[in-house]
Design a protein around this ligand. Structure first.
Ligand code: IMO
Ligand code: MG
Length: 456
C-alpha cells in the first residue's frame, strides 16, 4: 500500500478510526503525528468495548507497528494506563510494536489543571476543551519551556525541569482562582516511574521511520480531530492547539513531504461538533435530536452530547483544499435512513450576501445562515448493504451530489495540472464492520491502485 494520510474533514469524530482500522490491514506502520488523548476511538477487543485515546488501534494486530510521533502531546499516565489495559486483555504481547518519540512533549499535571481552570474562568466564552491539558502543553512547547519524553528518562533532569516550571504554573493557577496542589517531589517520583515504564518504547522516531521506509514498509498516518479544529485552518479560536491537516503528518514524525502518497479525508454523511464555536448547519430542533439519537452522538472522550446538523458542502470543499484530499470517505450514511428530506448546505447567507466558499474570517461564520439544497430521503435500511448497487437509489443520489459538490474543487485543481487522483467517496455503512464489506475494501483498493499506476 502507498503511504496514506487519514484526516478528519469536519470537526472530529468522523469515524477516522474505523477507516484507519480497515487500512491497517494493508499497512505496516500506523503513525500518530498530532493531538493527544483528546482523541477517542471506541473498539471492541475480545467482545469487550475499549476506548483508546493515544495508542493507535493497530496495536491490536500482531505484526503491526504503532508510532507516536514528536508532534503528539503524550500524557504519560494515559500511555502507561493504555499499555497496561491492553496487556491485561492479552493484546499487545510484543513490546516492539510500540514506538514513542523521545521528542514528543508530555502533558504534566499542571497542564491539565490549567486547562480545566482556564475553561472554568472563561465562563460563556469557553472553548469547551476536553480538559486533557492539550492546549497548555502545546503552549509550553512553542514557548520553549516544555518537557519531553526524553526528560522523563533522566530523573535528575526531570527534577530540575519540574522545579523550574512549577512556580509559574502555581501562579497561573492562583490567578485563575484554582487551588494548586502541585507537589514537586511527588510529581518527579511519579513521572520518573512513568519514564521507566515508557523507556523501552522511546526512540528517535524520525530515524526509525526512515529505516522502515527504506525497508519498504508502508505507513498509515492517523490524524486526530478534524480540519475545522486545526489551529491555523479551523474556526479559530474554537479549535484544538495543533495542526490537524494532512500537511502536518510528516512534520509530526520527522519525515519529508514526499513520504506521503495519498490523502484520504473522512466525513460523516451529516455533521457533528463537540464544544463551542461556529457551526452554520447546526440543528437545535427535533431533527438534530434525532440525528444525535440515531447516530449515538455522544463523545467518546468526554461523554458530552455532540451538536448535530446537516452536511456542509462548503466545509468539505474547504477541507478538500487545505488537505489536498485525493478522496473522501463518507461514514454513517445509514443514520440518514428514514428522514423524509435531507439537506446539504451549499451556501452561507451572511447579512443578505450569499457565499459559496468558506469565509476566512470565523467571525463571519458565526453570523452565517446556511443556504440549503434539499434531497429526497430514503426509508430502506442500509444494514445489510454490501455493494454500491445495493444502495437505495436516493441514497446513491445523495452521495453522488456530495461528490459533485466537493468535486468542484477537484476540477479546478485538475485544470491547474495538479495530481488529484480520485474524488469518489468511499462508502462505509457504519454499523457493519468495514472489513466485512467487500465494496469498501475494493473501492479503497481501486483508489490506491489508481495511484500506484500513476494514473489520474
Ligand atoms: P477525535 O480524534 C471532536 C474539540 C473539543 C474542543 C476543541 C479544543 O475523536 O476526532 P482540546 O481539548 O483539543 O483543546 O479541545 O476541540 N476536540 C474534539 N472534538 N473529536 C476530537 O477528537 C476532538 N479533540 C478535541 O471538543 O471544542
Ligand atoms: Mg472524538
Amino acid at each position: 500500500m502507498p503511504n496514506v494520510v487519514v484526516v478528519g474533514a469536519q470537526w472530529g469524530d468522523e469515524g477516522k478510526g474505523k477507516i484507519v482500522d480497515l487500512l491497517t490491514q494493508d499497512a505496516d506502520v500506523v503513525v500518530r503525528f498530532q493531538g493527544g488523548n483528546n482523541a477517542g476511538h471506541t473498539l471492541v477487543v475480545g467482545g469487550e468495548k475499549t476506548v483508546l485515546h493515544l495508542i493507535p488501534a493497530g496495536i491490536l494486530h500482531p505484526g503491526k507497528f504503532c508510532v507516536i510521533g514528536n508532534g503528539v502531546v503524550a500524557d504519560p499516565s494515559v500511555l502507561v494506563m493504555e499499555i497496561e489495559r491492553l496487556k491485561a486483555k492479552g493484546a499487545f504481547q510484543d513490546d516492539g510494536q510500540l514506538v514513542v518519540s523521545l521528542d514528543a512533549h508530555v502533558i504534566m499535571p499542571w497542564h491539565k489543571a490549567i486547562d480545566v481552570a482556564r475553561e472554568q474562568a472563561a465562563g460563556e466564552g469557553k472553548i469547551g476543551t476536553t480538559g486533557r491539558g492539550i492546549g497548555p502543553t502545546y503552549e509550553d512547547k512553542v514557548a520553549r519551556r516544555g518537557l519531553r519524553v526524553r526528560d522523563l528518562l533522566d530523573e535528575a533532569r526531570l527534577a530540575r525541569k519540574v522545579k523550574e516550571r512549577c512556580p509559574a504554573a502555581r501562579e497561573e493557577l492562583k490567578r485563575l482562582g484554582a487551588t494548586s496542589d502541585l507537589d514537586e517531589a511527588a510529581i518527579v517520583k511519579q513521572y520518573a516511574e512513568y519514564g521507566r515504564r515508557i523507556a523501552r518504547y522511546a526512540t528517535d522516531v524520525s530515524l526509525w521511520l526512515h529505516r522502515a521506509l527504506r525497508a519498504g514498509k508502508s505507513l498509515l498516518f492517523e490524524g486526530a480531530q478534524g480540519t475545522m479544529l486545526d489551529v491555523d485552518h479551523g474556526t479559530y479560536p474554537f479549535v484544538t492547539s495543533s495542526n490537524t491537516v494532512a500537511g502536518n503528518a510528516v512534520v509530526g514524525c520527522g519525515l519529508g513531504p514526499k513520504a506521503v502518497d495519498y490523502v484520504l479525508g473522512i466525513s460523516k454523511a451529516y455533521s457533528t461538533r463537540v464544544g463551542g464555536g461556529p457551526y452554520p448547519t447546526e440543528l437545535k430542533d427535533e431533527v438534530g435530536e434525532r440525528l444525535r439519537k440515531i447516530g449515538n452522538e455522544f463523545g467518546a472522550t468526554t461523554g458530552r452530547p455532540r451538536r448535530t446538523g446537516w452536511l456542509d458542502a462548503l466545509a468539505l470543499r474547504y477541507a478538500a483544499r487545505v488537505n489536498g484530499l485525493d478522496a473522501l470517505a463518507l461514514t454513517k450514511l445509514d443514520v440518514l435512513t428514514g428522514f423524509e428530506k435531507i439537506r446539504i448546505a451549499v451556501g452561507y447567507d451572511i447579512g443578505g450576501k450569499v457565499l459559496d466558499e468558506m469565509p476566512s474570517d470565523p467571525e463571519l461564520l458565526e453570523r452565517a445562515k446556511a443556504v440549503y439544497e434539499d434531497l429526497p430521503g430514503w426509508s430502506e435500511t442500509l444494514d445489510h448493504l454490501r455493494t454500491w448497487d445495493d444502495l437505495p437509489a436516493k441514497a446513491r443520489a445523495y452521495v453522488k451530489r456530495v461528490e459533485e459538490l466537493v468535486g468542484e474543487l477537484e476540477r479546478t485543481l485538475r485544470a491547474q495540472g495538479a495530481r488529484i487522483l480520485a474524488s469518489a467517496p468511499v462508502l462505509v455503512p457504519p454499523r457493519a464492520d468495514p472489513r466485512d464489506v467487500p465494496s469498501v475494501r475494493d473501492d479503497m483498493a481501486a483508489h490506491l491502485r489508481l495511484f500506484r499506476s500513476g494514473g489520474a
